[in-house]
Ligand binder design. Sequence first.
Ligand SMILES: C[S@@+](CC[C@H](N)C(=O)[O-])C[C@H]1O[C@@H](n2cnc3c(N)ncnc32)[C@H](O)[C@@H]1O
Length: 326
Amino acid sequence: MIGAHLPVLLPEAVAALTPRSGGRYLDGTFGGGGHTRAILDASTPDGIVLALDADEEAIVRGRALAADQAIGDRLRLVHANFARLAEVVQEQRLVPLDGLLLVLGLSSFQLGSAERGFAFRLTGPLDMRFDRSEGQPASILVNTLPPEDLTQILWRAGEEPRARRIVRAIVRERERAPIETTAQLAEIVSDAVGGRRGSDTHPATRTFQALRIATNGELAALEQALTGALSVLAPGGRLAVISFHSLEDRIVKEFVRRESATCVCPPEQPICTCDQQPRLRPVGKAIKPGPDEIRTNPRSRSAILRVAERLPDRPVGAGENDRRVR
Ligand SMILES: C[S@@+](CC[C@H](N)C(=O)[O-])C[C@H]1O[C@@H](n2cnc3c(N)ncnc32)[C@H](O)[C@@H]1O
């Protein structure tokens, strides 16, 4: 069954972007369109949202929203990976943007569709690509990667402590016959680690998460999107990112920390000579869903929202002779 997608941290994410009429916004992860719709509503009558998704099915679904007369050409939908967001915003002549939102991970539509291969509870091909028009399905990684590389993926992207044991079991099975379905892989992982053992989560959760992240190159895409955001946001424009995974959140947190630093000189240096120019200002603390949201939408439980504001670029030459005592 494919359920509707409940947008996570909706009021918080929309408020973070401070939408206004006439503003231009990018939703890099359209999904079921919940956040896009709310940004459009908050920027009536003429705010524009450029919405991207790597999954063409999400874009096709979004056409129904674009057909709504109240929205019309205020919504632009583009099938694209958010790694390319700066390029797409330029192509759409929407630079500079007033706000940019990314809600990482996958939608309930994708999770609920067996044939997309994201769910260990459903039987489907081991695919896991957001964009089925490019790249290789997860089955290629599972069946062809050297054991050491597969272990690294499970260890790094899944933070799976039993990576070695799981990979040994995968290799044993794939020597007999290729592992083609989600159910097959879920069973191999479950058997390898001795079942659920009183845990709330399915034993294959981390393995599936790691393979999804690797199949879609999600961490590299996020890095590229953050860098791209700096080049398309207006001074005062807001960047808001919702992550569901500690690795993603670390990337966002580190990026904001790096880009908001006023000095990057070595700590032992008494005088600042780096001429570092901060390009972001963190806005507030990280925001997590409250108990009510977690109750109505358990998938929100690991969500974390970080917000930053683009600072104006300093004019060329300014600050060059400014040697500050630290
Ligand atoms: C959690 S859902 C977004 C939910 C959406 N905000 C809503 O309210 O319905 C994440 C979406 O991002 C898309 N996605 C993930 N990685 C992407 C990427 N690198 N580029 C573009 N879209 C991506 C997925 O296909 C999925 O549809």
